[in-house]
Structures are given as structure tokens and as C-alpha cells.
Design a protein around this ligand. Structure first.
Ligand SMILES: Cc1cc2nc3c(=O)[nH]c(=O)nc-3n(C[C@H](O)[C@H](O)[C@H](O)COP(=O)(O)OP(=O)(O)OC[C@H]3O[C@@H](n4cnc5c(N)ncnc54)[C@H](O)[C@@H]3O)c2cc1C
Length: 374
């Protein structure tokens, strides 16, 4: 086995979760190597998101998402402040377009209260319009602790700290296969110089959308534990007209996504999205024709949106597991769950995964300690 490189801990995926985990484990003194298929970090979900620092009121109380998000929201503002990462606590309105949607709004507010989310307030239409005069709505929830951050500046900061703590990164290197031996995992990597082998004691699968596919290539990992998964693409559009809002504006959420919403970037520029399209393969094109569905969705809360003002911007693909439309928590699949030594899979790390990346890394690290793997 000594024709292969050796390292204690391999993290597959240099998205924000893999990088946050590298920072966490390297800071705890582990010898960590992050392996990333792309030339640069964060090329998938971690840069192709809305950049929203979520408050944590969308998720069932007791779920991992809910348990982590409230504290992660506060910690992320503190972290961004201390590192000079561009961010803004702009606040957000979730709006009911008509009386029928008020039930959904109340359900959301109740969930927020159960999860202990700070400062949520239900507003009637007049109160909401005093905040945002161009807004059309029947009622709204105001979430003052929702904000925005520059996702790549955040990722870069975490990566810098991971490297300063001793973590290494191997880019342009794809893990194609793994096999569990007596000494740990042997991995096959497709690198620029050809196929390379590597051995590690601990293997952490942070491959985002592709985490289930990677798990299926790890010999010994039970095939029936690979979760069903699907690709839910979301497109974003910018607007050529001035957008007259100072806060983020969201509709009452649908079953797969949060609904086409208005997000303000840290520089104040506006974008709309993401919608939901179930796709068969990874592709980030934004067909201009998708704008058609956006006009109706946006005019429910902003009737003044001018014709022909939306321009294709970018797209992202959510790491979805389970059945389409069903509520699904993140899965941290530990050796005590699946019975395979030295392997942790993170499945279904969709939103609010950027907000919670550090909190999730701390949670994984805690579970590793419980299983005497750290
Ligand atoms: C449209 C959209 C909007 C979102 N909006 C928000 C938001 O506003 N706020 C929020 O908190 N969250 C949001 N999210 C969720 C958030 O972006 C993700 O939860 C988070 O980025 C997940 O990070 P990750 O590191 O798990 O995955 P990724 O960023 O996808 O990283 C996985 C990495 O693994 C690499 N990889 C895959 N397979 C292999 C392999 N075999 N070998 C080597 N490398 C491999 C990939 O190249 C990739 O770089 C959004 C997501 C999407 C898609």
C-alpha cells in the first residue's frame, strides 16, 4: 500500500462546507487535505447562491437546519464584521399576495417562534407599505436579522484560515473511487498528471450535489444508504430598471424552493430568483425565455416591474435528496449510522448551508469526537 500518498484526513469538495470543515479540523491539529475537482474553490453551490444570511424560520423545529441556523446567523455577522467581509443586515419581508396566503405566513411565523428566531413581526399591508412604499401585499413577516454577504469573500476568508491552520488543497483532482482497507481508505484520484492513489484514515464527503454519486463509488458503503437525489436548478435574473426596495422581498415559500425573491447584493444591486427547474444534468445556462415565469411571480409583490427589464444572470443547482417537494433535513451520515469505518457523508446540504457552514463543521467535529475519531 505504500505506493500511495498518505494523509490523515481527506475532505472531498472545496465548497464552503468542505472548507469550513478543513478549517475546523486543521485548527484542532489534524493533518487535512481538501481535494477539489475544479481549478478553483466554490465553483458550484457556494458561489451560485443568493448570498442570504438566513434567520432560520423556514425549517421544522428540532431539525438540524433549525438547530444550527439561529446561532449561525448571529455568528456569521460577528465573523464578517471581524474579518471585514462585505455584508449587510438589510432585513427581509416575506409577503402574502392575497388572503389565501396568510395561513402560510402565519405557519412560518409560528415556526420561527418555535425555533426561537429573534424579532419576527407580522405586518398588515399598510405597515409593510410604510417600510416599502412600492410593495403590493396583503400581509407580511418582517425578519430584521436576515441579511446578505459576499459568498466568495466569505469562502476565501475561511480558506485562508484553513491554510493558516495547516490544511492543504489539491485542486483539479477528482475522487473517482474509494476502497476501505485495514489501514483506512485508499482513494483513486483523476488528476492532471493522471490517476493518483492516496490513503487516509478519515474520509469526509463534502461533494455537495455530487455527494450521493461519490458515496456510490466508495466500495463497502451500503448502496441502499445512498439517498435518492435530484437536481433542482435555480435561475437568477438582474433588472435593468431601478428596483425601489431596501429589503429582501420573498413570497410565501413553495414546496421545493423559497419562491422567486428579490435579493440585494452587498453593493445594493438587485437580483431576482432562484426559480425551480428539475434537470437531468449539471448545466448553468440561463435561457432568456425563463424570464417569462419571473414577471408574473415578481409582479405579485412589485406590480411596477417594467416589461423587458429582466436580464439573464447566473444559475445554481441545489443539493437535493429525498423525494421531490418533500421537506428534507441535512444528513450527516456517521460511521455509527452506516457501519463503515472512517467515513462521513454530508448529504443534501442545500440552503441554508452557506449561512450554517461553520456551525455544520463544528457539529461534524463534535460528532467525530463522540465517535472517538478526532
Ligand atoms: C440557487 C441556490 C441558492 C442558495 N441560496 C442560499 C442562501 O441564500 N443562503 C444560504 O445560506 N445558502 C444558500 N444556498 C445553499 C448553499 O449555497 C449550499 O448549502 C452550500 O454552498 C453548500 O456548500 P457545499 O460545500 O456543501 O457544496 P458545493 O459548494 O457544491 O461544493 C461541493 C464541491 O465538491 C466538489 N466535488 C464534487 N464531487 C467531487 C469529486 N468526486 N472529487 C472532488 N471534488 C468534488 C465540487 O466541485 C464542489 O466544489 C443556495 C444554494 C443554491 C443552489
Amino acid at each position: 500500500m505504500n505506493d500511495a500518498y498518505e494523509v490523515d484526513t481527506v475532505i472531498v469538495g472545496a465548497g464552503i462546507v468542505g472548507v469550513a470543515l478543513a478549517r475546523e479540523l486543521a485548527s484542532a491539529g489534524r493533518d487535512v487535505l481538501v481535494i477539489e475537482r475544479e481549478k478553483r474553490h466554490g465553483q458550484h453551490q457556494s458561489s451560485r447562491n443568493s448570498g442570504v444570511i438566513h434567520a432560520g424560520f423556514y425549517y421544522p423545529s428540532g431539525s438540524l437546519k433549525a438547530r444550527l441556523c439561529r446561532g449561525a446567523n448571529r455568528d456569521l455577522y460577528r465573523y464578517a464584521e471581524s474579518r471585514g467581509i462585505p455584508h449587510k443586515k438589510v432585513g427581509k419581508l416575506v409577503v402574502a399576495a392575497n388572503a389565501d396566503e396568510v395561513v402560510g405566513l402565519q405557519r412560518l411565523a409560528a415556526r420561527g417562534a418555535e425555533c426561537g428566531v429573534d424579532g419576527l413581526e407580522i405586518l398588515d399591508a399598510d405597515q409593510a407599505r410604510r417600510l416599502e412604499p412600492q410593495l403590493s401585499c396583503f400581509a407580511a413577516i418582517l425578519s430584521p436579522s436576515t441579511g446578505v454577504i459576499d459568498p466568495l469573500a466569505y469562502l476565501l476568508s475561511l480558506r485562508g484560515e484553513a491554510e493558516a491552520a495547516g490544511a492543504s488543497f489539491a485542486m483539479s483532482c477528482r475522487v473517482v473511487r474509494g476502497e476501505l482497507g485495514t489501514a483506512g481508505w485508499r482513494l483513486w484520484l483523476a488528476a492532471e498528471e493522471g490517476m493518483v492513489q492516496l490513503e487516509c484514515r478519515l474520509l469526509l464527503n463534502c461533494a455537495g450535489v455530487e455527494a450521493p454519486m461519490l458515496a456510490a463509488c466508495l466500495e463497502g458503503y451500503p448502496a441502499d444508504r445512498v439517498p435518492p437525489h435530484y437536481l433542482a436548478k435555480g435561475h437568477f435574473f438582474t433588472c435593468t430598471a431601478p428596483v425601489p426596495f431596501n429589503r429582501l422581498v420573498y413570497p410565501v415559500p413553495g414546496s421545493v424552493g423559497l419562491g422567486v425573491h428579490l435579493t440585494l447584493d452587498v453593493d445594493g444591486s438587485a437580483k431576482f430568483g432562484p426559480d425551480v427547474e428539475l434537470v437531468e444534468r449539471m448545466s448553468y445556462d440561463v435561457p432568456p425565455a425563463r424570464a417569462e415565469g419571473f414577471y408574473d411571480a415578481i409582479r405579485k409583490f412589485w406590480p411596477g416591474l417594467p416589461n423587458a427589464s429582466l436580464q439573464p444572470s447566473y444559475a445554481g443547482i441545489r443539493a437535493k435528496i429525498g423525494s421531490v417537494g418533500a421537506s428534507q433535513d441535512w444528513v450527516v451520515d456517521m460511521p455509527s449510522d452506516h457501519g463503515v469505518g472512517g467515513l462521513v457523508n454530508l448529504f443534501g446540504i442545500e440552503s441554508p448551508g452557506m449561512t450554517c457552514a461553520v456551525a455544520l463543521a463544528q457539529e461534524v467535529s463534535r460528532r467525530l469526537r463522540v465517535e472517538s475519531l478526532l
